[in-house]
Design a binder for this molecule. Structure first.
Ligand code: SF4
Ligand code: FES
Length: 200
């Protein structure tokens, strides 16, 4: 695999072709915050916590570092007033769904995000897709998926598949950055029809 030469936060990095900016930054000891990224899963780019600024031949733009791959001569900035402001707003929007998420609160402290800035949302799910993608890509089970689109998008366990697959697995619960317990509740609800809460 050929090497790609770029600069991240002023550091010269030789990265392998196809690496994401998150992976390349890690080579140089630079940590870009992530939420929906998982090393064992396909890049997704859903949460926008990892936004960075890239510059090449006079143009610049913001990209999600967990999906954007390295390019020769790219200049990447992972922190700046503008990037920190964007991350702060992204975190505040996510916290409106999950104000008690330890992972989000830790990032909120770093970026000065206010968990009460936006109106509290009924759904705890931040649509990171970790549970859905893990179940599909690693377990090949598709026991949990997204329903609906846009603001009405929610996760739901597929009762038939979940009844057969989930009791011996439950590996996705620990991945949920907002509330593994609530994910478990969704699952239990799907298993016990009388609870009638197969989706949240
Ligand atoms: S339930 Fe949790 S892991 Fe699944 S998409 Fe929502 S926030 Fe992500
Ligand atoms: S970690 Fe990059 S978009 Fe979520």
């Amino acid at each position: 695999m050929s090497a790609t030469s770029l600069r991240i936060d002023g550091k010269h990095i030789e990265a392998e072709e196809g690496m994401t900016l998150v992976e390349a930054a890690r080579l140089a000891g630079i940590k870009i915050p992530t939420l929906c990224q998982h090393e064992g899963l396909e890049p997704y780019g859903g949460c926008r916590v990892c936004m960075v600024e890239i510059e090449k031949r006079g143009w610049s733009k913001l990209v999600a570092a967990c999906v954007y791959t390295v390019e020769d001569d790219l200049v990447v900035r992972t922190r700046s007033e503008k990037i920190d402001r964007i991350r702060k707003t992204v975190l505040e929007l996510l916290l409106a769904h999950a104000p008690d998420s330890p992972q989000l609160l830790s990032l909120a402290r770093e970026y000065g995000a206010d968990k009460d800035r936006f109106e509290a949302q009924a759904s705890f799910c931040v649509h990171c897709g970790l549970c859905v993608r893990y179940c599909a890509e690693i377990k090949k089970a598709n026991a949990v998926g997204f329903l609906d689109r846009g603001r009405r998008r929610e996760i739901a366990f597929m009762p038939g598949i979940a009844a057969a697959e989930c009791a011996s697995c439950m590996e996705c619960f620990a991945l949920c950055p907002t509330s593994a317990l609530q994910a478990a509740y969704v699952w239990v609800s799907a298993m016990v029809p009388s609870l009638d809460h197969a989706e949240l």
